[in-house]
Design a protein around this ligand. Structure first.
Ligand SMILES: Cc1ncc(COP(=O)(O)O)c(C=O)c1O
Length: 341
């Protein structure tokens, strides 16, 4: 008998659910390039409503949503303050510099949450002949720190202290934060100018992300989407799956979080030299630092458990809807047999 491979590399490996496949098959579609796809329009207004924003726009990927936000909220030559491990800084191939002519000033984000004081120090330095800060971006949940959710107070505090500087939230996993903290998407979105969210991660849709903000910003976002080649045509087939994602896949993220906590406990016990604290695992990501991280990932793969690394010496395991209780139990059991720490 072949051993089933348990894929903990990312929540992006999830398959669309039967309800999504059915909705895609039946979707009513039109040319979204002319705003005539009713299913895309429904998804965009549903998301905007969930976030309490005037408008939202459906785009092919989370990277494109972040890049559009950067384009509409900055001018070439601006500086963006962000956490140094954030996706928009470290995982988008330098796209912000290439697409928007901006640079980053980075602050420590090993815990996921940015220090308001450190962010404000950069803004204050404008008075000392340093470049203009056009934008602050935060990541919620913050992936590399282990899926850390921001609290509503932390977001509000940062927004209130940065004054007129715009704030973008990379909420690729916004609903993981919502489920983990009990803060509504609306509460998270209220203090920020733009929020992006991926439908294709824990929510299991096959493709697509959304960016929400004011009507004025989203009108400009439509122009930038076109410039970046992201305007789609009968995209309602994808939006149909996105609607099912928003309707049926949010509450169940709690299961992913409980499963991640089981893996977090196994990791802490098996790799004491990682000094990993499992109580820091609040959502669906277990990320830990270990000098032999790549070796651990290779050893897990030999045992049919797929994991990944997000930085040198930093391993990551991610839970999602396509894992069963017995998958999680086996992953924990394998982890517990790591021959040395
Ligand atoms: C925090 C964060 N932001 C943005 C993205 C980009 O999303 P996509 O892969 O859909 O472009 C990811 C993807 O992994 C992510 O983890």
């Amino acid at each position: 008998m072949t051993t089933r491979t348990i894929d903990l590399r990312s929540d992006t490996v999830t398959q669309p659910t039967p309800a999504m496949r059915d909705a895609m098959f039946r979707a009513t579609v039109g040319d979204d390039g002319s705003g005539e796809d009713p299913t895309v329009n429904e998804l965009e207004s549903r998301f905007a409503q969930l976030l309490g924003k005037e408008s939202s726009i459906f785009v092919p990927s989370g990277v494109m949503a972040n890049q559009i936000a950067v384009r509409i909220l900055t001018q070439p030559g601006d500086v963006i303050v962000a956490g140094r491990q954030q996706h928009v800084v470290s995982f988008e191939m330098g796209a912000a510099a290439r697409n928007s002519g901006v640079q980053f000033a980075t602050v420590d984000d090993h815990r996921g949450i940015l220090s308001t004081d450190e962010v404000c120090e950069f803004i204050d330095a404008e008075l000392d002949h340093q470049p203009h800060i056009g934008l602050v971006t935060i990541e919620n949940t913050h992936m590399p720190s282990g899926g850390t959710p921001w609290s509503a107070d932390e977001v509000r505090d940062l927004a209130s202290k940065i004054g007129p500087v715009r704030l973008h939230m990379d909420g690729a996993r916004l609903f993981n934060a919502v489920v983990a903290t009990g803060t509504s998407a609306l509460q998270y979105a209220e203090p920020v100018d733009t929020v992006m969210c991926c439908l294709s991660k824990g929510l299991c849709a096959p493709v697509g992300s959304l960016l929400a903000g004011s009507n004025e910003l989203m009108q400009r976002a439509r122009v930038e989407r076109k410039r970046l080649g992201g305007a789609m045509r009968q995209a309602g087939f994808l939006a149909a799956a996105g609607l099912v994602a928003l309707e049926t896949m949010i509450d169940r993220l709690a299961v992913d979080h409980a499963n991640a906590r089981l893996i977090a406990d196994a990791v802490a016990a098996a790799f004491p030299s990682s000094v990993y604290d499992p109580s820091t695992c609040h959502t669906n990501i277990v990320a830990f630092t270990h000098p032999r991280a790549r070796e651990i990932v290779a050893w897990l793969a030999e045992n049919s458990i797929l994991a990944g690394t997000v930085a040198p010496q930093r391993a990551r395991l991610v839970t999602h809807a396509d894992l069963s209780e017995s998958d999680i139990a086996r992953a924990c059991e394998v982890i517990s047999t790591w021959p040395s720490n």
